[in-house]
Design a protein around this ligand. Structure first.
Ligand SMILES: Cc1cc2nc3c(=O)[nH]c(=O)nc-3n(C[C@H](O)[C@H](O)[C@H](O)COP(=O)(O)O)c2cc1C
Length: 159
């Protein structure tokens, strides 16, 4: 394997940034993720790559659902707050107020480009990340213009 070529080419796959949230058995999680793609029109589905040893994957596995907060194009600061594990304090995480999503009651940050609520329909755990396939049950636009493209941040995840 040509490692350098693999890294360079895989990093050409475009990604945006999202805050994935979930809640189960009294545990709440919020994590910045980039490996997200639409995976079906009917029903509407997304596929998300989730690190298998993360707290987020553990909570999503139990909840069998999650919300994706779609970040606005200028929300790099918000994305940065959820690169590591954050415990909720009341209705805030990392100082950011959240409310419950209407259908699945996962945390939603109101000032973003919007959110989708997703029910897990399957997952494939072959690598260090699980590929989680989920159907969108609800969607709502927020006040900001998205997306926040990974390529504009100077960060990398992949390669
Ligand atoms: C730029 C960037 C993109 C990331 N994308 C993902 C991703 O797509 N999937 C994932 O599981 N983790 C991703 N992470 C790592 C998570 O943000 C991190 O593992 C998580 O917040 C850890 O918290 P947790 O243990 O509470 O889940 C990314 C990190 C960075 C810096």
């Amino acid at each position: 394997m040509n490692e350098e070529a693999k890294k360079k080419l895989l990093r050409m796959i475009p990604h945006a940034l999202y805050i994935l949230t979930s809640r189960s058995d009294g545990k709440t999680t919020a994590s910045t993720v980039s490996w997200v793609t639409q995976a079906s029109f009917k029903p509407p589905m997304v596929a998300v790559g989730l690190k298998k040893d993360s707290n987020t994957f553990e909570v999503v596995k139990k909840a069998q659902s999650f919300a994706l907060n779609i970040l606005g194009s200028d929300q790099k600061d918000l994305a940065q707050k959820f690169f590591k594990h954050v415990e909720p304090e009341g209705n805030r995480m990392a100082g950011e107020a959240f409310q419950d999503s209407p259908v699945l009651k996962h945390p939603i940050f109101p000032k973003t480009a919007g959110f989708v609520e997703c029910k897990v329909v399957g997952s494939l755990e072959k690598g260090d990340h699980a590929v989680v396939l989920a159907e969108i049950l609800e969607a709502e636009c927020g006040p900001l213009e998205g997306p926040l493209l990974l390529s504009t941040t100077g960060w990398h995840y992949g390669g």
